[in-house]
Design a protein around this ligand. Structure first.
Ligand SMILES: Cc1cc2nc3c(=O)[nH]c(=O)nc-3n(C[C@H](O)[C@H](O)[C@H](O)COP(=O)(O)OP(=O)(O)OC[C@H]3O[C@@H](n4cnc5c(N)ncnc54)[C@H](O)[C@@H]3O)c2cc1C
Ligand code: FES
Length: 278
């Protein structure tokens, strides 16, 4: 029988190698992964990959580095169960399976020339960092950039060094809040929604990009609509239980959308009438 070879197909697992592992918080590690021949992943900001470990399983993980970083990519993983625990045991040099990149990322061309308001809650900064760093590396192609970041406590903040650099830039406005402070915290205390009324923006030329835990979306979008940002200019990245990443299994279905293929990034006007989407 003739052997069918699926060359570079979406089913093919590429053998990646762990370049480095950095502990970020008690629960999260940042992994740098290289593909054979240091080939770039060629992803769009906001896309995800299916990572696999032989004998353990597979899980969707967002690419956290910008496509402007060549030769390797990064992902930040929270330890929550069997697969992510096994991932946290990996060391530099270990092998890891990579399928993808998958899904629709942020529409970078559409964003060009416009002002951007990034709203990241908790682990939402992981996929959003890919777009933020892409915008910073191509800063002249975009208008005003405003970053709002929220986390539970100061100890939960991810990418601390990078966040400090964003804070120092004169071409980026940055504000950060925590739900619960500690004695060293000098910033805002309160939910991320509390930062939005203080932002000055021109609604017609502003795209808001929102990524965070499911509970956050309804309240953040409410504030953005109060600011008169049109719903087609509000972009959200939705997380759903995914298996295949290929539009085959139906695990990620939201009515007639498959989150893995039609998302994870959606404009709010597309999903605002679907009750279970947000
Ligand atoms: C598009 C997408 C991007 C993601 N990006 C990241 C990322 O950058 N970093 C990161 O740490 N995690 C990310 N996740 C979540 C990650 O896929 C799950 O945490 C992982 O599958 C859990 O596997 P586990 O075996 O360790 O845990 P399990 O024991 O299977 O589950 C532990 C917890 O995770 C939830 N969970 C399990 N599978 C999924 C799934 N496929 N999608 C969502 N939640 C799930 C369960 O409901 C449970 O609450 C992403 C998920 C999606 C869909
Ligand atoms: S993950 Fe299988 S259809 Fe989307």
């Amino acid at each position: 029988m003739k052997k069918v070879i699926l060359k570079d197909s979406k089913y093919e697992i590429k053998k990646g190698r762990v370049v480095s592992v950095r502990q970020m918080t008690d629960m999260e590690k940042l992994f740098e992964i290289a593909l054979p021949g240091n080939r770039s992943l060629d992803h769009e900001p906001g896309q995800f990959v299916e990572m696999s470990l032989f004998g353990v399983g597979e899980a969707p993980i967002s690419v956290s580095s910008s496509p402007t970083k060549r030769g390797s990519f990064e992902m930040c993983v929270r330890k929550v169960g069997k697969f992510t625990n096994a991932l946290h045991n990996l060391k530099a040099g270990d092998e890891i399976g990579v399928r993808g990149p998958f899904g629709k990322g942020f529409p970078v061309k559409l964003l060009e020339g416009n002002d951007l308001l990034f709203v990241a809650g908790g682990l939402g900064i992981v996929p959003l960092r890919s777009l933020i760093n892409f915008v910073i590396d191509n800063r002249r192609d975009f208008g005003k950039v405003n970053i709002l970041l929220g986390c539970k406590t100061p100890d939960d903040m991810l990418f601390g060094d990078e966040v400090e650099n964003w804070q120092k830039r004169i071409d980026v406005s940055f504000n950060c809040t925590v739900d619960r402070s500690d004695p060293d915290w000098k910033g805002n205390v309160g939910l991320i929604t509390s930062l939005i009324p203080g932002v000055t923006l021109a609604p017609n030329r502003t795209f808001a990009v929102v990524v965070g835990p499911p509970i956050m979306y309804k309240f953040v979008i409410g504030e953005l609509l109060t600011k008169k940002i049109p719903s087609r200019q509000i972009l959200v990245s939705l997380e759903r239980h995914m298996k295949c990443g290929l539009g085959k299994c139906g695990h990620c279905q939201i009515q007639n959308y498959y989150c893995c293929q039609d998302g994870p990034v959606f404009s709010y006007d597309k999903i605002k009438n679907i009750k279970e989407a947000i």
